[in-house]
Write a protein that binds this ligand. Sequence first.
Ligand code: 13P
Ligand code: SF4
Length: 322
Amino acid sequence: MEIIEMNENNKIEYISEIARLKKKKNAIILAHYYQTGEIQDIADFTGDSLALSQKASSNDADIIVFAGVRFMAETAKILSPGKKVLLPDMDAGCSLADSCKAEDFIKFIEDNPGRTIITYVNTNTDIKVLSDIVCTSSNAVQIIESLPESEKIIFAPDRNLGNYVVNKTGRDIAVWNGSCHVHEEFSLEAILKLKEENPEAKIIVHPECVLPVRMIADFIGSTSALLQFTKNDNSKSYIVATEPGIIHQMKKANPFKSYIPAPPKDSTCGCSECSFMKLITIEKIYMCLRDEKPEILIDHDVLLKARKPIKRMMEISEKLGL
Ligand code: 13P
Ligand code: SF4
């Protein structure tokens, strides 16, 4: 094995080693919009959960290094079982995925029989195995609307996105009571104060935010929809209520606009950043590409079962042109 000694400060060397190793090993880096700007900039592809799943199943790399959280890397492995999928830090979990444990979810399904089970991609693999269709925040509404109106639904795990799709679709949906600690942390009062100070700024919000924050939004959407909105819209400034990593792409697309991160309730913590996403670093990407670990491994039968609802999502999304 190559041994290359590098210290914390020489990021440029890490970055050039990453480029060399990627080429040598036919590897690609997929990065979510919540990664740091420097990671997004070295990635071969940056996107939201839906786009990253689509990319994971349509590339000819031998190795995928996933700069994101574990459920995203697991989704990539499920869609590309023949590839080696690496996650630079196995502790990069998700508080939302962890708010839905399989034993509790089985009980919820038993208590709400006869419903189609739609789960947000932010779940652990054992929940996907129990699902009929997976969705992301980019396609949740459209996937539900593609089903017959009479179909009763279970939606898990995010109660805010669930509530949002209930309001949008008017369907009969039993919603699991889970949430994301980052999106629930935004302060309505602080956002309203910012709006007072910046009356021209539009408030743009991820659907994982709580209802009072969604109610004051000028626009609600997934990370890629928020990015697209800032590209197409003619305002000069935005208050952004989602993980601030996305602002990197917004600035790249329109450097002369201003993007104000929505503040969390506790102004002394950096809790509007996803601490799980931010566990991934350039150094860890380099080491994982060098050592080809930590690797995502999923039992073959489990993988096949979890694949079905994800494939259904991709088929519906493709049909709808999403
Ligand atoms: P997107 O579906 O917008 O990528 O969001 C993923 C996520 O983890 C939101 O917290
Ligand atoms: Fe999970 Fe929330 Fe982080 Fe998204 S922002 S990965 S939902 S903890």
